[in-house]
Design a protein around this ligand. Sequence first.
Ligand SMILES: [Zn+2]
Length: 301
Amino acid sequence: MRLGIDLGGTAIKSGMVDETGQVHFAETTSTNTASGREAVLDALTEACKSQLKHEDVPSIGIGIPGFVDVENGILVRSANLPLDDTPIAEILSKRLGKAVYLENDANCALAGEIFAGCGREASDFLMVTVGTGVGGGICLNKKIYRGVDGRAGEFGHMTVVMHGRPCPCTRIGCWEQYASVTALCRMTKEAADEFPDSLLAQNIRETGVVNGRTAFEAAKNGCATAGTVLEHYSENLAVGLNSLITIFRPERIVLAGAIFKEGLPFLQRIQKYCLEPQYLMLSTLNGQAGLIGAALLGATR
Ligand SMILES: [Zn+2]
């Protein structure tokens, strides 16, 4: 077994991964991002120690959102963690007495899918991850395609609307401005403002919360306004997916991210707007693709 860590801005997912890709002793702890650099490094150390009590392993792999210097084990830059220019591999290796490997989280998730998920039935496929933003990865002939500078597969930043919404990446009309969970929340709020008598608006007034589940919950209770939000959002997702299918003609596009816990009914909504719906599938790895791919890092270097 090997130890895999999926370090996110809010949570650290950890677990032991066996040679078949099964995850054992899965645990989720807080990243403590708000408490700063040392607190995050301590939380990371504790997550590893907690797992190492189960089994002594040769190496630890960590997937991190951001630009990672893979060779030297340094997190160069991250939008979500207070760890810019931190030699995480060296620090943790000293604390734990193990070899530690770092990699970008999207590449880890794709490696996890190649090893234990979609890759079991396809050698050429794409992964699209929908969350705060829209990320992705390209698997060609069972290998990660990285492009000339390692940044291939940033699907969320392809332009889908000319003169559309501005994106933090500095471009205009990027897909993630319409297809991320952040976009769904914005659409949900706008619809509630426009239809204040809808169940959707009532639910938001009562709970004071809008998140990626808000529209789904109201729609399940028969709210037509929420249903319309989900139709538009599903169509937004399909617009980008249709382009990806046209460009790559992949065997599969595997969809990942917590929003797909909505399952088959949501997939079918998206498929209605897809030219070739049979290409789409939901990840079968229960949000653990990143952790599984991270655990593999030591085995492949
Ligand atoms: Zn962008």
